[in-house]
Design a protein around this ligand. Structure first.
Ligand code: TTP
Length: 697
């Protein structure tokens, strides 16, 4: 490990028996008594998902059912996870987790929420400041009341190792990193005390130089304790530490190491040459693993206090498996109703909007189960039926029986998951169009101001997890465990430090898993699903359908002073115009030419997808119109002709308006945006007059 690796001070803070603590806070009279939280109750008292330490002392474990817990410990209190819409309602646990995060954030450290009850903390800046201010002097033993030092304890007078450690510090037998970790430990003691004082919850922590070591250290001493893992103790510690308990090595990568290389501890991996690891995996993963086995992990703690995704899932085992379109549709609605509610609350509280919906489906398959994940762009509407219908459309597309209009599903669904992610700042989202029209300088400034963009790219399936105990559930029993977790990547590659992205990242434990990038169905554009079309920013600006679709050539040329921000790639035509049937031509004219062309092409393509008989060409203006709109449109021509006959003034056609716009623009090129808006307004006004005539042939 280089000095670079010792620069950071990182902690993982994990709540002790979290769900039980949340329940105990609601029922203070029960504190100190053995208790568990169970999910669902029909079969054998429900599945246990959290056990307090009093119950653990009496032999109760998470692997048991409620009834077994009572057999072991008759006094054991069984709290049940509340239910809503036939599934677990985790609101009170989520809210509890958020309270804890708020306390941590008040310490000025970088906080990355990793799951419902865990967060990584990077304290480097705060500690460096303490050390440079020389406020760091002698350390009092009382400042570390619950701290353990790995590799420094003994079985007799210094179990925690704190005496030995502090003595080494006072004798100068230490380096900068040792001081940093010690001050980190003091800070974490304070944070944990504050969490208890403000929320009433106890937690444990691990303190070291990186995420992997901090996580590992956290599990060593629980509950209500914290453990420092100094880098100098890592080598020895790894000689016995099982690799399957190490973050990122619990999945397939760990399996290969165990089965092919016969590694059981981290020290076993150290014996494998880097070249061999590179050959078996790939060059990047091999090198990463080589260093990881030596305690080196460069993954940074990214500032994130809000979850990267909001979602829920439900298992349907045995006879409860979904074997008809109706059942699937019903449960999609239930799941989407929950997600929708939580998204609305999130939008209100955190001023952000999700842009992607990820559907995960597990099927029972002919030979073995398999699952797939599909992503659907999400417009600003969180309406549950929009989402449910879009998901159903995806499932219908995947399932040939649905395509044939068959109501029976040949492959039954055993798990459904719906999760929204890719959050963007609400204000930013509302003014997406404005971002097309900024001057070059402000475009650059905007870019600098977008720390969110990086966070948007992150995606974590923290809501989608299922417990293996589900397999043993009885027929007709809907048993599930829903949990917000820092799910480990299952692929056999080195994890990308903080660049984990995309909805296709969804981790699936099933043998066959199909991942595809984006579905081609924007959520607000799925006519076959009966989705309300007027959604998104442009909905409020939609004009009457009589507006003929003009060619890009006729619209306002791109003013030289207006530059596209380097963000255009992130806007799809669907995002800009969720309903291509109702494109506002004034607004379209304000876009750069190449985008206008894209939109017009999309409109053309859309017409094609309707089938030719849906459209007819007006013999007067040669524009295409929906069949049902053509009569109304002909009235428009009739009215215009009448108007011409009665008036000596030239017609107020849209072409005339466009030329007005161009003239106005030439006159005052200094304020092109204002002029364009004004021109657009004029155009709108005159079209209203035309529409008036149009309605009176
Ligand atoms: P854990 O951190 O694994 O467990 P815990 O907090 O109950 O106990 P401790 O950390 O002290 O050992 O899980 C955090 C919460 O996640 C837990 O309180 C309940 C929930 N959970 C599930 O919903 N399903 C599960 O399968 C598990 C293991 C936990």
């Amino acid at each position: 490990m280089s000095a670079e690796d010792e620069k950071r001070v990182v902690a993982l803070i994990d709540m002790d028996c979290f769900y039980v603590q949340v329940e105990e806070r609601e029922n203070p009279g029960n504190k100190g008594k053995p208790a568990c939280v169970v999910q669902y109750k029909k079969w054998k008292g429900g599945g246990i998902i959290s056990v307090n330490y009093e119950a653990r002392a009496q032999g109760v474990t998470k692997q048991m059912r409620g009834d077994e817990a009572r057999e072991k410990c008759p006094d054991c209190i069984l709290y049940r996870v509340p239910e809503q819409r036939g599934k677990a309602d985790l609101t009170r646990y989520r809210d509890g987790g958020k309270e804890v995060i708020d306390v941590m954030c008040s310490f000025g450290v970088v906080v990355e929420r990793a799951s419902i009850d865990e967060a990584y903390i990077d304290m480097t800046a705060v500690i460096d400041k303490m050390l440079s201010d020389s406020t760091a002097t002698a350390i009092d033993l009382e400042e570390l009341p619950n701290t353990y030092f790995v590799g420094w304890g003994n079985d007799t007078d210094d179990v925690k190792g704190v005496h030995g450690w502090l003595q080494a510090l006072s004798e100068g037998n230490c380096n900068d990193n040792d001081w940093k970790l010690t001050y980190g430990a003091i800070l974490v003691e304070k944070m944990r005390a504050a969490v208890y004082e403000k929320t009433g919850f106890r937690c444990s922590a691990g303190i070291s130089n990186n995420k992997m070591l901090a996580k590992l250290a956290c599990g060593i001493n629980k509950p209500n304790k914290q453990t420092v893992l100094p880098f100098r103790s890592v080598e020895e510690f790894f000689t016995t530490f099982p690799l399957k308990k190490v973050r990122n090595l619990g999945g397939k990568l760990g399996l290969v190491l165990r089965e092919e290389f016969h590694c059981t501890t981290m020290a076993d991996i150290v014996k494998i040459p880097e070249r061999v690891l590179q050959e078996r995996f790939d060059s990047k993963t091999g090198t990463w693993l080589y260093w990881y086995a030596r305690g080196v992990d460069h993954e940074s703690v990214s500032s994130r206090r809000l979850p990267k995704s909001i979602g829920c899932n439900k298992n349907f085992t045995g006879l409860a498996a979904l074997d008809s379109r109706e059942k699937i549709s019903h449960w999609l609605e239930e799941l989407c109703a929950e997600v929708s509610e939580r998204l609305e609350k999130d939008r209100e509280t955190n001023n952000r909007t999700a842009k992607l919906l990820t559907l995960t489906v597990r099927l029972e398959g002919d030979i073995r189960p398999y699952s797939y994940t599909r992503s659907i762009p999400l417009t600003s509407s969180y309406e549950k039926m929009h989402m449910a219908n879009a998901c159903l459309a995806v499932i219908s597309k995947e399932n040939p029986c649905f395509k044939q209009g068959n109501t029976r599903v040949p492959v039954v669904v055993t798990c459904l998951g719906v999760s929204a992610s890719k959050f963007v700042d609400q204000l930013e989202n509302n003014s997406r169009i404005d971002r097309f029209f900024v001057t070059k300088n402000s475009a650059e400034t905007n870019k600098e101001k977008e720390p969110y963009a990086e966070q948007e790219a992150l995606h974590e399936n923290d809501d989608l997890n299922e417990n293996s105990t589900d397999q043993e559930d009885e027929e007709n029993e809907f048993v599930e465990t829903e949990r917000i977790l820092d799910i480990e990547e299952e692929s056999i590659t080195a994890p990308e430090p903080n660049t984990a992205d995309s909805a296709s990242e969804c981790t699936e434990a099933e043998p066959v898993s199909v991942h595809r990038e984006m579905s081609s169905m924007p959520i607000s554009n799925q006519d076959n699903c009966g989705i309300v079309k007027k959604t998104g920013f442009f909905a409020s600006r939609c004009l009457d359908k009589n507006t003929p679709i003009q060619s890009a050539k006729e619209s306002v040329p791109e003013p030289a002073a207006l530059k596209m921000v380097g963000l255009q790639e992130s806007f799809s035509v669907e995002e800009l115009f969720p309903d291509l049937n109702q494109v506002d031509m004034d607004t379209l004219a304000l876009l750069p030419l190449h985008l206008q062309r894209q939109v017009l092409q999309a409109i053309e393509a859309r017409k094609g997808s309707y089938g030719n008989d849906k459209f007819v060409v007006c013999d007067k203006c040669k524009q295409q119109f929906l069949r049902e709109e053509i009569e109304e449109h002909k009235d428009f021509h009739l009215a215009s002709e009448l108007q011409k006959e009665f008036s000596a003034q030239p017609s107020t056609s849209s072409l005339a308006n466009n030329s007005k716009v161009q003239t106005a623009e030439k006159k005052s090129s200094k304020r092109p945006l204002k002029n364009q808006k004004k021109a657009a307004k004029d155009s709108k006004r005159s079209r209203t007059i035309d529409s008036f005539f149009g309605s009176r042939p």
